[in-house]
Design a binder for this molecule. Sequence first.
Ligand SMILES: [Zn+2]
Length: 360
Amino acid sequence: MKKRNLSAMIFRMTFMVMFISCSAPVKYYSAADFGNVPKTDAHFHYLTMDGRYMEFASSLKFSLLTPIWDGEVPISDQMKVCVSIHDSFPGRYAFFGTFPVDSFNYPGFAGKTIDRIRKNIAAGASGIKIWKNIGMELKDKNGKYVLIDDPAFEPVFNYLEENRIPVIGHLGEPKDCWLPEDRMSDPSDVTYYRNNPKYYMYMHPEVPSYDQQIQARDNILRKHPHLDFTGAHLGSLEWSVDELSKRLDAYPGFRVDLAARMFHLQRQSSIDYNKIRNFMIKYQDRILYGTDGEVHDIEGLTFERSCDNLRRGWFGQWLYLATDSVVNNVKGLKLPASVVDKIYFKNAERYFTIRKDQLK
Ligand SMILES: [Zn+2]
């Protein structure tokens, strides 16, 4: 070895040693940190005027975000609750409004919808949620199913994009929805579709397919690159982080929440641990923690019981994301604390600040 090369090598090695000893060690959270770290459940259905659940969430350092949806519970009822809780817990509670599609086949639909969105934002909404009824229920004048990339929605998406109004889109369903029960991967899907046969697409082949639903959503993301769009439930691509990565790479405004799809993440990490862990780290700025949990006034379910259930659910998922505890044979991902912070609250932080157009 030439002398010059040797001294260059020594210099490089010294530099590396200095670099390694200077860089701070990666920090991780423990199970005990659960109650101390600020967290957001960015997909939580708050369906009661009872503010005690907010107090409970706060005691665990949770902020909550409720997306209103155009489904079984009347929009106006959900709105009443959201506005009231939002007024009582500013900075700790946020909600996304929505719009009905009952006037879809009438003139002026887009204008009316934009007007509704404006009113939602003025009432305190941090964004707008769109739901799977578009794609699975809504039909045009000729009886044809309407997908989200229908030209009638174009002015609405232009408005949302131009005004930087965030959107949560629950479009399509998990793949299980198109499969017979014995081929479903998540047992909770079997229960859900038994209770909601109307949305069990395996039984409704006349409705646009899974691929068509995903394609329509992707068309919106492609046409509106500046749209701030969070795909609820891992963007209905819960079954494959590879498919999800393709979209996250292609569409800069696309983000996803984890709501009600932790099972699928765990199923995949049981097969290939590093792949899922690396996925979470790579897309740490694009993933939001959420559960799809809900609180409402149900007779027989006491406040204490509901809180116990919430705590258990939230804590179990904390163990999976923040620690390497093994629960039900699934090893936790032990994501670095800086990544946990982003997924658990930093990525959702902006929803909790007041927009200029909300100032009274
Ligand atoms: Zn939901």
